[in-house]
Design a binder for this molecule. Structure first.
Ligand code: NAD
Ligand code: DAU
Length: 353
């Protein structure tokens, strides 16, 4: 079969990537979707069980640091589009091992840009290189204000510094070589397949097991939460309709202080587990703060709303409830990803807090 588009989605075995792969495989049977993923601790092919047999889906087990393999894939598949999500994505791990973030997020991104530049060799008609990034590159907000597409970059963690560097490289390839790039910067996602090192799935797992809920610092840090399927639908729009060399901020219009979110999560979990109201809240434990912790993130998503007609479709209460239900149903997924190496990470991260 000849496909209209042949798209490499990197990081497709991870949390957001798996939702993007699923959306594209199902919605665009006339596109070939190639999932390039190294399968690090965060990558899991179980996340894609329901699409792995689809005729327009292919998995390529490649590390972005293997520049030759990346180049060969783009040539062999005559790739017309790239949606780049692969990254080291957890702030706490970046504090423990910054270099891993430089390798994958910076060098890996440049390897991918180089491979696309060579493959397309200036023939950019019908091509697109889409880089998926984060609002953390903008740094921290005070009590008021929102991040817009023109907010100055001010990253504070090794993770956000590495993502900022990768954003700059992508834009530099657009400016210098004319590569048809587009970038989006999104707020905190949540939903099914979220790795339980991040706040919401970690706390769901701990509540299930009656373990302490380690709230960093005073718990008054604020994040803007977006259901992962709404992020995937935004990525679909930006890939197809976003302006060349432009940037789109994506967010949930949904700010929560960590402690308020944790209390809502505790309430919903108590109801769903048939525990007495207040049971899970007793697990809340204030612990030592994250170094360099950004006080508040909040996205102004009016550009993508006005230009591309995107807005979130799910309320936070709905999305959180569906997410909890997913974790309570998919206990074997949760058990498999929290065995072995996860326990060693958990020990290192939380033992001295
Ligand atoms: P994740 O950690 O769940 O998944 C990352 C994926 O990348 C995994 O499948 C992993 O195996 C793969 N990967 C890592 N290093 C690789 C390498 N060297 N070569 C090939 N594959 C590699 O990440 P996520 O939370 O799904 O985030 C996806 C992207 O979205 C990232 O770029 C992240 O910065 C960005 N983002 C995430 C959020 C969020 O809330 N999770 C919000 C905004 C933006
Ligand atoms: O804003 C987008 C970013 O959101 C993405 O770019 C990152 O990839 C993603 O991991 C996420 O980063 P955060 O650092 O905001 O997410 P995390 O779930 O790690 O933490 C959310 C908030 O909860 C943050 O203020 C730190 C706090 N926290 C987190 C953990 C893991 C705790 O209080 N206790 C914890 O154990």
């Amino acid at each position: 079969m000849s496909y209209q588009h042949r798209i490499v989605i990197t990081g497709g075995a991870g949390f957001i990537g798996s939702h993007v792969v699923r959306l594209f495989v199902n919605k665009y049977p006339h596109y070939k979707i190639i999932n390039l993923d190294a399968l690090t601790y965060a990558g899991n092919l179980e996340n894609l069980k329901d699409v792995e047999q689809a005729p327009n889906y292919q998995f390529a087990h490649i590390n972005l640091l293997d520049a030759d393999a990346v180049q060969q894939l783009l040539v062999a598949e005559d790739v017309t589009g790239v949606i780049h999500l692969a990254a080291e994505s957890h702030v706490d791990r970046s504090i423990l091992s910054p270099l891993d973030f430089v390798y994958t997020n910076v060098i890996g991104t440049v390897n991918l840009l180089e491979a696309a530049k060579k493959r397309w060799a200036g023939q950019y008609e019908g091509k697109r290189f889409y880089h998926v990034s984060t609002d953390e590159v903008y740094g921290a907000l005070g009590d008021t204000g929102l991040f817009t597409e023109t907010t100055r970059y001010d990253p504070h963690s090794p993770y956000s510094a590495s993502k900022a560097a990768s954003d700059h490289f992508v834009r530099a390839y657009g400016d210098t070589y004319g590569m048809p790039t587009v970038v989006s910067n999104c707020s905190n996602n949540y939903g099914p397949y979220h790795f339980p090192e991040k706040l919401i799935p970690l706390f769901i797992n701990n509540i299930i097991h009656g373990k302490p809920l380690p709230v960093y610092g005073d718990g008054l840090y604020t994040r803007d939460w977006l259901y992962v399927k709404d992020h995937a639908s935004a990525i679909d729009l930006v890939f197809h309709k976003g302006r060349q060399h432009d940037t789109y901020n994506i967010g949930g219009f949904n700010e929560w202080k960590n402690i308020d979110l944790v209390k809502l999560l505790c309430q919903q979990m108590d109801e769903k587990l048939g525990r007495a109201p207040g049971t899970s809240e007793q697990l809340i434990t204030y612990v030592k703060d994250r170094p360099g912790h950004d006080r508040r993130y909040a996205i102004d998503a009016s550009k993508i709303n006005q230009e591309l007609g995107w807005s979130p479709s799910v309320t936070f209460e709905q999305g959180l409830s569906e997410t909890i239900d997913w974790y309570l149903t998919n206990t074997s997924w949760l058990e498999s990803v929290t065995s072995g190496a996860y326990m060693a990470y958990y020990e290192t991260q939380y033992k001295n807090r």
